[in-house]
Design a protein around this ligand. Structure first.
Ligand SMILES: NC(=O)c1ccc[n+]([C@@H]2O[C@H](COP(=O)([O-])OP(=O)(O)OC[C@H]3O[C@@H](n4cnc5c(N)ncnc54)[C@H](O)[C@@H]3O)[C@@H](O)[C@H]2O)c1
Length: 427
């Protein structure tokens, strides 16, 4: 097959490489000339994706993968088009379709009869049928369903381990009609391989969910579930704090019974996905009170961690506080919706002077994110925000003047913090 992947980001590029590694001829289309140049030079544009470097060199070297800024021409030369251009959502959950609209118009201009278009970007329910189908029809003069096939197939992988996750998770597909779904299933069966999994109700592979809407909901539901579950864990943690209970032991005990799957409480839910998709779902379903309450509970956690610090330390006015970790989670160089911002804001609201350090970020990079890097300034309190592996070894001796540590992720080793008041969430 000739395949076009639109957007060569952290998801699109590994997908393009995967399809090419299966022997198909792939053109990646991206508006960023720098990314296109790097891909054509077989140089990975971002670090951290396992095996990407090697597979990119192999597929580009074999002439199976190339990149272009001309989406329309790439689509015109393709039997199947996979779209993974990001969609943004504001604090109220209102999606901004700007980038995706512009990509869709470029795709429409090159669309030929018989092409399959598959959207993988997480979308509000209904978007494929009510937004993309008419936009593709208008720009191409073709009739969706009759002249070209259209499906939604959510991307469920985690960056850093995309190739492994593509094998591990069933690929969900939903079409705007039966013929589209059938074509979508055939396409993904031709470009992916699946590990055998005995824990699933159906064989691992491509699963047709029946409609584009069901497939859109599946992604929003699986991610919203996690936010709601964490919201519940955070509520238990706050209650545990008031009642001198160690919530970690309680959760471990609960989860020893097969119907309990309580997640871990913590200082923040960050990243591009878990804080965002519940908002997207709420845009679809504003009556979803459970989802809304959980989102609010999780959004309040950074300020709660600062409350714990103030309760243990006393007045924070003028106090230098070190925030450990700018990344939204350990080992990932990504600050999207990171708890660091809420923690810094809550510290400033109490008159404290927050400094930030992170083993993955330089001082310049932290400054570019509006944070003040810690470069030896005096600090007498610390809050651990990201669970970087390096922090497991961190000890009181590394921060000699720190009197109170709030470990928002239970990452530090209590044995290393003798003489320092170490506070955990739900402990
Ligand atoms: N990153 C993740 O962990 C993850 C996980 C699962 C699903 N997803 C889904 O994948 C989507 C993309 O995420 P990502 O992390 O790959 O994004 P990214 O920010 O890494 O890359 C986005 C790319 O899109 C390109 N782009 C923007 N407008 C374009 C256009 N009109 N035409 C062509 N290319 C265009 C940009 O130049 C950039 O290279 C997300 O919105 C999400 O729905 C992401």
């Amino acid at each position: 097959m000739n395949i076009c992947v639109v957007a060569l980001g952290k998801i699109g590029l590994p997908l393009a490489v995967q399809f090419a590694a299966k022997g198909h001829k792939v053109i990646g289309a991206d508006v960023n000339e720098n990314v296109v140049g790097l891909v054509n030079a077989a140089t990975e544009p971002f670090p951290g994706e396992h095996d990407l470097d090697v597979k990119l060199k192999e597929t580009v070297g074999a002439g199976l993968l190339s990149a272009t800024t001309d989406t329309t021409a790439a689509v015109a030369a393709s039997d199947a088009v996979v779209v993974v251009v990001p969609l943004f959502v504001d604090a109220e959950g209102v999606p901004d379709f700007g980038w995706m609209d512009s990509a869709t118009k470029a795709i429409a201009a090159g669309l030929k009869p018989g092409t399959l278009v598959s959207y993988e970007t997480t979308l509000p329910v209904g978007t494929t049928r009510t937004r993309w189908a008419p936009m593709l029809a208008e720009g191409s003069g073709l009739t969706p369903g009759d002249d070209f096939h259209l499906v939604f197939s959510p991307e469920r992988v985690l960056t850093g381990r995309v190739f492994a996750d593509l094998r591990r998770y069933p690929k969900l597909v939903g079409g705007i009609d039966e013929a589209s779904a059938k074509r979508g299933v055939e396409f993904y069966e031709a470009v992916l391989d699946f590990d055998e999994r005995e824990d699933l109700p159906r064989p691992n592979g491509v699963w047709d969910l029946g409609t584009a809407e069901a497939s859109e909901l599946a992604k929003l539901a699986e991610t919203t579930y996690r936010d709601v579950n964490i919201g519940l864990a955070n509520q238990f943690a706050r209650f545990a704090d008031q009642n001198d209970i160690d919530v970690k032991k309680v959760i471990e005990a609960c989860n020893s019974q097969p119907y309990s799957h309580i997640h871990q409480p913590g200082i923040a839910v960050g990243g591009h996905c878990i804080p965002i998709y519940p908002r997207m779902y709420l845009w679809n379903d504003p009556e979803a009170t459970v989802v809304r309450a959980a989102r609010e509970a999780n959004a309040a956690m950074p300020a709660y961690a600062v409350d714990l610090l103030a309760a243990a330390y006393g007045d924070l006015d003028g106090v230098g506080v070190l925030v450990l970790g700018a990344a939204y989670r350990g080992g990932v160089k990504e600050t999207a919706f990171s708890g660091v911002f809420g923690v810094v804001e809550a510290l400033k609201a109490r008159g404290a002077v927050p400094f930030v350090s992170d083993p993955m970020y330089t001082a310049e990079e932290l400054t570019a994110h509006g944070l003040i890097p810690h470069e030896g300034q005096a600090v007498t309190a610390a809050i651990l925000q990201a669970d970087h592996a390096e922090y497991r070894e961190l000890a009181a001796a590394d921060l000699p003047d720190v009197r109170v540590l709030v470990d928002g992720r239970r990452t530090t080793d209590p044995a290393n913090w003798a003489g320092v008041r170490r506070v955990v969430i739900g402990g």
